[in-house]
Design a protein around this ligand. Sequence first.
Ligand code: IVH
Length: 610
Amino acid sequence: MSRALFGALLFSVAFAAALPAQERLTPEQARGRAESLRAEIAHHDELYFKRSAPEISDAAYDRLKRELAALEREYSALATGDAAPGDDRTGGFPTLRHRTRMLGLAKTYTEAELRAFLAQARRQAGAAAVGFVIEPKFDGLAISVTYERGQLVRAVTRGDGTEGDDVTANFLALCAVPRRLASAVAVPEVIELRGEVFMTYAEFRRINAEAAAAGGEPFAHPRNLAAGTLKQQAAGSPHRQLEVVFYGWGAVEPAALAPASQQDLHRLIRAWGLPGVEDARLGETDDAVWRAVQEFGAKRAKWPFPTDGAVVKVDAVALRSRLGETGDVPRWAVAYKFPPDQAVTRVLGITLQIGRTGALTPVAELEPVKLGGSVIRRVSLHNRDEIARRDIRVGDFVRIEKAGEIIPAVVGVDKDRRPSGAGPFVFPVECPSCRTRLAAEAGVSAVRCPNRACPAQVQRRLEYFASDDCADLAGFGPGVIAKLVDQRLVREPADLFGLEPARLKTTVGEKTAAKLLAAAAQGRAREHWRFVLGLGVAGVGPASAKAVARRFPDLAALSQAATADWLDASGASSRVPGLSDEAARAWAEFLAVPDNRATVERLHAAIHIR
Ligand code: IVH
């Protein structure tokens, strides 16, 4: 599918009034473009809402939506009318109806758009003075939490605005939130408090470091991780800390106890002992509102939580009622989205990274470029389908930005600057390391090298086994391991403990050999769970490894475990306390391969030799 994102980018700058003359499309072209935009948006909605694994940044997604909206405005026959925001319901949770509908927010992207909103709100409010409250736009997922007689009884996601997923149990287990309202001020019979569930950057980094140590893909954005965490259903899923902040309300009974203004809400939230918005500002004039928004923009990098904009709300509830709402958004509030940091650079090459489990990840090697305080040299292109879908070629100029301020991603390709000789990237059919024919599973984007003896995989597995988290074999870095693999001295973890001193000496030199032998001798005494982790079973991190180590007290016992020790008769649920169903399945699959079983047995023997 042609994306012409770069064009979209230039295009959206000028979209507000009308399409610039040179951008005018024939009705046929416009229809085609609108159709491909809708398909693309649907594709990203699926990744975002159903799989919590987005491939493009928010800003890139917003641009697609805006380009479609601009096209539909200009060519009104194109509109399908289904502009409703995504539905976060994932299935697997009971559906509950909100007492009062949960609205979304209209978005603005420029100072002019924001000022137009302020002017319109002042006009419609018809009041001499309209005060606005400016809050950070927390980047998580919206939640409605009901307190009855001061007791927390329900937590429900936004869903389609009318009804959402009942996630009360997970919310209580994962979010630090008071279950009772402090009664410093009157507590209503019923109040629906509206807020955002999110994950701090610190927690996000902690979890990503763990995922990396387990050889998994990092999570792209704390928002998606927060959403996935709140909706996780596997018993024994690892604990991940979530936070909540309350910034609004729905139904209140009796109505007399409802907040009279946004500032009043902030006071009540504090008095009830709940987490509220700490950085809210009051703006009486348009200039003051714009200043506050800009200050948030400058400060947000220092906030410990993710934000993607500011929210501007009419303070007084009496004025809000006058303004009302249109469709799914109120006329008394608007979001201003911060522009993302971007850079343009050139793709110097596309390389393939082979992971421990044989998965091939294409990586764009870039001309180094500064972006948001760091120098970017490489960016993941995810998988074969993604390169083809976006038609990224060696020699292309690409626009990159950081998804969630953290992981760089390609958001656009400038096809006008493409060098004449640049052909489409041809994904190899053979593993670049061992020449085995690559395997692609139906319905899965990943392409794998199926050869477990593939030197690149062996290298990755041994690097992982020797790393700090696992056996912690000092001196066994990637360079040393590459030499040992090359000389066929090592193939699997057990080999690292049985190195023959004379051969080792000729391969790495006398001094290094002595160090390696000492490290291996010491490594034998590491805790059992670290060896379990070091086996590198896909998707298994320290928490799962500890659960497995508790159930199977040594590697000999582990190597003899049967499928029935991992999974129940239906093959669906974990039998190992503290281990998720997914991880239990991964272990059962791992040990179903006789070679893997032998690897575990040999490792057991190697670390028990005295
Ligand atoms: S007020 C009727 N305030 O942004 C007003 N929303 O894009 C409803 N959000 O669904 C929302 N921070 O999940 C409000 N300070 C804030 C917010 C905020 C983040 C989210 C919320 C909403 C989305 C709209």
